[in-house]
Design a protein around this ligand. Structure first.
Ligand code: SF4
Length: 331
């Protein structure tokens, strides 16, 4: 780890001003991914701006939904009674990620900003365009069973590692940020970026901008949502594929509305809008769910080692929709 200066801030405006005046500064809260990256010399900030004392630690409810301060711990979100009742897929996704100890200190804002766990990114012996733009991508010809099915480029085929972000994409959450130019709101599905020619950029945050909160819009049928995660082992593992699903089923068993997103398959949480549209008006039954799963995976572009994720993804979508149609809950 390289030496760095440390400063603790007491207000959002002070933190933003500090970051704007130091081009190579970074914010730190839980630090559960950042410190690992610093130890591996992947990030070498000249200054860390400690934001843990800022007033961003509340979970607020209103008729329009819920607002999660950026410093709320992952554990506090997962355990919150209204999150568990109104957005079970969010609670479940968090509980299926990391360990209890990490969830206790990892924050909502930091969850969005964690970086890919592509092994070549963390191993400086290998070429990686995300770590060093222009150096190449070792995963293209290496072991890529964990890598992307959708939206990859010839520069980077990594996937976003977060579980929590998958249901947030399905919910059309909003990311509130503040920077030197003021406050703005970013729709969740526009927050993370595809790699294209700039894989070193994971999000559309501008330099020095700070995430201040996440807003979950009210979505009554999300009460019967589900998050399903498939991985190599039952805990402490990243998703091979994951699915966040919520559907609203009328009394005649026709589907009124649907939300569907996948994790482990793209450089950002991958919203399945074509499959969502297909589901509207269809009977909530196995054949419909199978067709929706096939539609969802139609555009997949598997790599040399991850063709299995296409079938796995289909089965995961079918199962998640079946559970959601029957009241959601623990998958
Ligand atoms: Fe780096 Fe992306 Fe290639 Fe992984 S997939 S080695 S993160 S450029």
């Amino acid at each position: 780890m390289k030496n760095f200066a440390y400063v603790r801030t007491s207000s959002v405006s002070e933190a933003v001003q500090q970051a704007s005046s130091q081009p190579n500064a970074m914010f730190i809260a839980g630090g559960t991914n950042l410190v690992d990256r610093m130890k591996a010399f992947l990030d070498q900030p000249t200054q860390l701006i400690d934001i843990t004392r800022l007033d961003m630690t509340r979970i607020e409810s209103s008729r329009d939904g819920m607002r999660l301060g950026a410093l709320v711990s992952n554990t506090a979100v997962a355990d919150h009674p209204e999150i568990r009742r109104n957005y079970p897929m969010v609670s479940r996704a968090i509980l299926l990620g990391a360990s209890q100890q990490i969830r206790n200190v990892a924050t909502v804002g930091g969850n969005l900003l964690q970086r890919t766990r592509c092994p070549y990114y963390y191993d400086t012996a290998f070429a990686c365009n995300k770590r060093q733009p222009g150096s190449g991508c070792a995963a293209l010809t290496g072991i890529n069973r964990m890598h992307a099915l959708f939206g990859a480029s010839d520069q980077c085929i990594a996937v976003h590692p977060s579980d929590m972000c998958v249901p947030l994409a399905a919910l059309d959450a909003i990311v509130e940020v503040e920077g030197s130019q003021g406050k703005r709101q970013i729709p969740f599905t526009e927050f993370h970026r595809l790699p294209e020619n700039t894989p070193q950029r994971d999000s559309n945050l501008e330099p020095g901008e700070l995430i201040t909160a996440i807003v979950l819009p009210s979505l009554p049928f999300a009460q019967s949502s589900v998050y399903l995660k498939l991985r190599d082992r039952a805990s402490y593992a990243f998703a091979l594929v994951s699915v966040a699903a919520a559907i609203e089923v009328a009394s005649d068993r026709k589907i009124q509305a649907a939300r569907l997103a996948m994790g482990g398959v793209a450089h950002k949480p991958w919203r399945l809008t074509t499959a969502e549209q297909f589901l509207i008006g269809k009977p909530a039954q196995a054949e419909t769910f199978q067709q929706a799963a096939e539609i969802a995976m139609q555009a997949a572009q598997p790599l040399s080692d991850n063709r299995f994720k296409v079938g796995l993804g289909q089965r995961a979508i079918r199962r998640a929709l079946t559970i959601a149609a029957n009241g959601g809950g623990v998958a």
